[in-house]
Design a protein around this ligand. Structure first.
Ligand code: F6P
Length: 357
């Protein structure tokens, strides 16, 4: 009998609980035991885990968040600890491997984005039998057509754009909505097109604020006295830098934020129209997963247990077209996925009259 551990790392995304549920059910069907590790990789080092039973997963399919907790600072290769009253960063990967042994686990399923899966790959190189599951609302992971969480985030972002449309039109305002996605513009591009945005600013296409202003003014001249601008948090002007809400350090990733407000301020000052910014933030990560995300997350959870059963370690379950496949983690992490500025979706949006600045 195989005893399999499962953890959810990095920022949460809608569908994490659906993965856990599917993994527990599939493992049970195969006569295997599933162990839930709390708060990402930290749970193994700290010995925080519990065997997951049918009772634990009852009613969680449609719940956002994760019953296991998540930690996007939990890296066994660099953990912040207090020594002699000082914060120091220590490699605890050996303690992690020892903890894994003590738990008598035969394999680990790591559900996460690029950070979590990169750690999984490093641990795999140390001998950990691990299978990855691709999660992130940003959809920026290579090796798979789509990550779970993205579809729900799109629903949330598109609904927000729809709502901003009606108030923008009523008040003759320019509404900028700042969307998540880190260095990838998928959320802004897809929700911008789905919500009928007039301008879409994404990290992959640096923008010129004069071009943005011209687009807004031209619309006003045509009698459309309002505009919607979907702005990625990672968007940046030509020759300029992304805006940071907080700088990063050895442990904590930098936090992007502020570009939406900057665009709104510029438009308000230069286009003779009132402009406001809405930062959608973590709303995009929360809530009930969409049916597509539940479906995809369920396939991923079941597929990960099948990969463990086949001793297929060092891989990530992935969607290729309609097929569920296993891809090596090295391949999935080789190149991050980005919007292709020359690709058909951007081309199509341009043909619809959407301005990328
Ligand atoms: O990667 C998912 C994501 O939500 C990004 O879109 C965003 O930049 C980041 O995480 C925010 O992370 P945190 O919750 O740590 O601020």
């Amino acid at each position: 009998m195989k005893r399999i551990g499962i953890l959810t790392g990095g920022g949460d995304a809608p569908g994490l609980n659906a993965v856990i549920r599917a993994a527990v059910k599939t493992a049970d069907h195969q006569g295997r035991e599933m162990v839930g590790i709390m708060d990402g990789y930290d749970g193994i080092i700290d010995g925080r885990w519990r065997v997951l039973t049918a009772e634990d997963i009852r009613g969680i399919l449609s719940r956002g968040g994760t019953i296991l907790g998540a930690a996007n600072r939990g890296n066994p290769f660099g953990r912040k600890v207090m020594r002699d009253g000082q914060e120091v960063i220590v490699d605890m990967s050996d303690a992690f491997m020892a903890g894994f042994e003590q738990m008598r686990l035969d394999a680990l399923i790591a559900v996460g984005g690029d950070g979590t899966l990169r750690i999984a790959l490093e641990l795999c190189q140390k001998g950990l039998p691990v299978v990855g599951v691709p999660k992130t609302i940003d959809n920026d992971l290579g090796g798979t057509d789509v990550t779970f969480g993205f579809d729900t985030a799109l629903h949330t972002a598109t609904e927000a754009i729809d709502k901003l449309h009606t108030t923008a039109e009523a008040h003759h305002r320019v509404m900028v909505v700042e969307l998540m996605g880190r260095d990838a513009g998928f959320i802004a591009l897809h929700s911008g097109v789905a919500g009928g945005a007039d301008v879409i600013l994404i990290p992959e296409i640096p923008f010129d604020l004069n071009v943005v202003c011209r687009a807004v003014e031209e619309r006003a001249q045509r009698g459309r006295r309002f505009s919607i601008i979907a702005c990625s948090e990672g968007a940046r002007p030509v020759g300029g830098a992304q805006m940071l809400a907080r700088a990063g350090d050895q442990i904590t990733a930098e936090r992007l934020g502020g570009m939406g407000q900057r665009v709104a301020d510029w438009v308000g000052r230069n286009c003779g129209m009132e402009a406001r910014c809405t930062v959608l933030g973590h709303v995009q990560r929360g809530g009930v997963p969409s049916p597509f995300d539940r479906w995809l997350a369920t396939r991923y959870g079941a597929g990960a247990v099948r990969a463990v059963a086949a001793d297929h370690f060092g891989c990530m379950v992935a969607l290729h077209g309609t097929r569920l496949v296993d891809v090596p983690l090295t391949e999935a992490l080789a190149v991050p996925k980005r919007v292709d500025p020359e690709g058909e979706p951007v081309q199509m949006a341009r043909e619809l009259g959407i301005v990328f600045g």
